[in-house]
Design a protein around this ligand. Structure first.
Ligand code: CP
Length: 299
């Protein structure tokens, strides 16, 4: 477990161990690794992932070395590979990285001793979001086996959908997808069926909404997108939310497009776990970083 980049690295035992450790951190457990240097390289915007990794790093006592892509030598044409080689030469043990290119990490994992923690790669994977989502579901229901999870919205652009669906099905949950049919593609078919929203809502224990990622659309798609139309056809209005089971939870990786994917009044409503997901993210990222640190120490 030298790097943490993708759902396919995580077997069920590892998932359950990470959840248990994150829950222990949430309950007050502490750990300290003051000899470890970490840098956060975010080549795409982020609020939650960047700041919660940084809080997790500070709580673990790591030395956090700032890296701003807009003021780095990447602007002079330095490659990602040479950037990682440089950080490794300087003594950075862990690079937490978000980048718009799917699979950016493939060529970085063999070139140095610096561990890569993927904080999101294009429409590829988002393993720390996946793990904090699993923690939030486990905290609510205590298990995964037999749970019904509906993932709704901009599926084909979603690294969250790809990561979460893979591990949820592996853990015994049943996943279905819904939203605009054009935003679903066959690469998700092995994880679950595509169904109509009104069929899906009464069945699910977990309703996982996805942000409409306009930044990943082409100009024609972006200009023709109408927020009100989307909300009426595929958004969770208060009337649609009334179809959910009372014990069902609403999740969203955020940022939320209010009154697009989800009615604004429901964002902080009683069934919403959206801010719990963010809170849990700090503890889960502590658990993930600790796993990488322990692997480095044992190498
Ligand atoms: N959920 C998520 O990845 O949010 P940020 O883009 O703000 O990090």
């Amino acid at each position: 477990f030298k790097h943490f980049v993708s759902a396919d690295q995580v077997d069920n035992q590892t998932a359950n161990e990470l959840i248990a450790r994150a829950e222990a951190f949430k309950a007050g457990a502490t750990a300290s690794y003051p000899d470890v240097y970490v840098s956060n390289l975010f080549f795409e915007p982020s609020t939650r992932t960047h700041t919660s990794f940084e809080v997790a790093e500070q709580r673990l006592g790591l030395k956090v070395i700032s890296f701003d892509p807009t003021h780095s030598s990447v602007q002079k044409g330095e490659t990602l590979e040479d950037t990682i080689r440089t950080l490794n030469a300087i003594g950075i043990n862990i690079a937490v990285m978000r980048h718009p290119q799917a699979d950016y990490y493939r060529d970085l994992m063999t070139i140095s001793d610096t561990a890569i923690v993927n904080a999101g790669d294009g429409a590829g994977q988002h393993p720390s979001q996946m793990m904090l989502d699993l923690m939030t579901i486990h905290e609510t229901f205590g298990h995964f086996e037999g749970l019904r999870v509906g993932i709704v919205g901009d599926i084909s652009h979603s690294r969250v959908a790809r990561s979460d669906a893979a591990l949820l099905t592996q853990l015994g949950a049943s996943v279905s997808f819904s939203g605009p049919a054009a935003w679903y593609d066959d690469s998700f078919a092995s994880f679950g069926n595509f169904v109509g929203l009104d069929e899906l809502l009464p069945q699910v224990d977990v309703l996982m909404l996805l942000r409409v990622q306009l930044e990943r659309f082409d100009d024609v798609e972006r200009e023709s997108f109408a927020k009100a139309d989307y909300h009426r056809q595929y958004g969770i209005t208060e009337a649609r939310a009334a179809q959910l089971k009372p014990e069902a939870i609403i999740m969203h990786p955020a940022p939320v497009n209010r009154d697009v994917e989800l009615a604004s009044a429901l964002v902080t409503g009683p069934q919403s776990k959206i801010f719990t997901q963010m809170h849990n993210g700090v503890y889960m990222r502590m658990a993930m970083l600790e796993k990488i640190i322990q692997a480095q120490h044992n190498a």
